[in-house]
Write a protein that binds this ligand. Structure first.
Ligand SMILES: [Cu+2]
Length: 503
């Protein structure tokens, strides 16, 4: 029995020894793992610091590398009067946010390094610190207030209420999928009123009210025309949209505004650099002194091909990109010339058509009177200088009578006043006034009517002080048609008053 107990004790001792050696072997293993984990932690922490340094260097270096393609730096100085203030506002914001950015990155990575796992380290716990709260609330409040006030000052430069009496050019931009309609005021400097109820697709797509005198000389640029603007001029852009949200963005002038259906917006800017001047600035930079077409070394330099751009800065649909337009800023005189070369939309597309409002039909606009004066002057000058008898006949295209009667329509006055002026200019000119009718009606009655009409014109001229001895009048009735009497148009041409220069 004693022997048995001794053997059992021995076996148990062996088991204990074996277990002890196992435990020490296991603890040796664990100790090694801990060591390697510690090393891995140290390595990661160090790499984080290395990454931080590389990342900050990359941020600064890439900003410096791309400086010259960013607006506000290098060649892309602002082309508008207020743009410099926007650029410096961006710089001020960049300064403050830059400090915060660099500091937070350094702290983030440095703390990851410093407070990596170390045996025996215990985190400190604190629930509240009033002075810290004050610091991280107070500093942003002060900085934000400063930035907001600066921003408001700049905003007021772009959105002032202009005195309607002051000198400025107002144009209107209407966005739609996918283009802009640009409307310029004509000589009167004022845009006519609009009403969406007056929109007629293809005819009056802007809904301009043609009965408003201000709209008569308005110019509407067609889709691909350059938008020409005068330099050193306050320009107010009225911005609207016909369908979805668009955005009128002139990056080089630092202006950008949403075009909202039903809610007209605007901005004001003053271009200070013409396209030519801007190109000249660009030409001083090496990256602009390369051919504009990389495949063609003979092509123009990049700076020569530069143009200001209008872009739609709202993702308004799949044709969004095609809303890009070229803006050309020129000297005042060149702008005036360009504007004068553009025709009034109303006078060239609406006037005299079925779309011309009823109340405009019996009116004559100053532009038309001027145009008619020019026409008659050149017709008479041609007749005077020509030796051909056929050229001696000038049609008085804008002399009208009441139907079937010889009394003058009120609108004839302008043509006859022009004729009076020309009769005074060519003081020895003797003329015959000839009345003609179409073939409708009785021959004798037509003869009588045409002769009465011619003598009405003669009477008008005598009344205006032209010596009666220089004038004669004759009625030719329907005897000398110049067009077919079978059609209404032909008859209209045949009913006419002519001037024949006798000497
Ligand atoms: Cu758009």
């Amino acid at each position: 029995m004693t022997f048995l107990i001794a053997i059992l004790i021995l076996v148990l001792l062996v088991v204990i020894l074996l277990q002890i050696s196992k435990v020490s072997e296991l603890s040796r293993k664990i100790r090694g793992q801990e060591e390697s984990e510690r090393k891995a932690n140290d390595r990661t922490a160090l790499w984080l610091v290395v990454f931080m340094i590389a990342f900050l260097i990359f941020c600064v270096a890439s900003a410096l590398y791309y400086k010259n393609v960013m607006l506000g730096y290098g060649p892309h100085q602002s082309a508008s009067a207020h743009g410099g203030d926007i650029d410096s506002l961006f710089n001020t914001t960049l300064f403050f946010t830059g400090i915060v950015f660099v500091l937070t990155q350094i702290l983030l990575f440095w703390y990851s390094f410093k407070y990596r796992y170390k045996k025996g380290n215990i985190s400190t716990f604190f629930a509240h610190d009033t002075s810290l709260e004050l610091v991280w609330t107070g500093i942003p409040v002060v900085v934000m207030t400063f930035l907001v006030v600066q921003g408001l000052l700049v905003w007021n430069e772009v959105m002032p209420d202009l005195d309607p009496e002051s000198e400025f050019l107002e144009i209107e931009a209407t966005g739609y999928q996918f283009a802009w309609d640009l409307r310029y005021p004509g000589e009167d400097g004022a845009l006519g009123t609009k009403n969406f109820r007056k929109i007629v697709p293809g005819v009056n797509s802007l809904g301009i009210d043609w009965t408003d005198d201000k709209s008569v000389d308005d110019i509407v640029l067609s889709g691909s025309d350059e938008i020409v603007l005068p330099v050193d001029t306050t320009i107010r852009v009225r911005i609207t949209s016909k369908d979805v949200l668009h955005n009128f963005y002139l990056p080089h002038f630092r202006v950008k505004m949403d075009a909202i259906p039903g809610l007209p917006t605007y901005f004001i800017f003053n271009p200070i650099l013409t396209t030519e001047e801007y190109r000249k600035n660009l030409s001083e930079y090496a990256e602009w002194q390369v051919p504009s077409d990389p495949d063609d070394p003979e092509s123009k330099m990049r700076w020569e091909e530069f143009n200001y751009e209008l872009a739609c800065a709202e993702l308004c649909g799949k044709g969004h990109y095609s809303m890009k337009r070229i803006i050309k800023v020129v000297e005042r005189e060149e702008y005036e010339e360009w504007l004068a070369s553009k025709n009034s939309y109303y006078l060239s597309n609406i006037r005299g058509t079925a779309n011309d409002p009823e109340e405009n039909r019996n009116r004559l606009y100053p532009q038309e009177i001027e145009q008619r004066g020019k026409e008659l002057t050149s017709d008479i000058e041609k007749a005077v200088s020509s030796d051909d008898a056929a050229d001696k006949i000038v049609q008085l295209k804008h002399v009208f009578y009441t139907t079937g009667d010889a009394s003058l329509d009120d609108r004839s006055r302008y043509e006859l006043d022009n004729l009076t002026r020309l009769m005074n200019k060519y003081a020895d000119m003797r003329v015959e006034l000839a009345g003609h009718t179409d073939s409708i009606g009785d021959d004798n009655m037509n003869m009588d009517l045409s002769s009465r009409r011619a003598s009405t014109v003669l009477g008008y001229l005598v009344n205006k002080g032209i010596d009666a001895s220089r004038l004669s009048s004759n009625g030719y009735g329907e005897s000398q048609p110049i067009d077919s009497n079978e059609t209404a148009e032909g008859r209209k041409v045949n009913r006419r008053t002519e001037l024949r220069i006798l000497s």
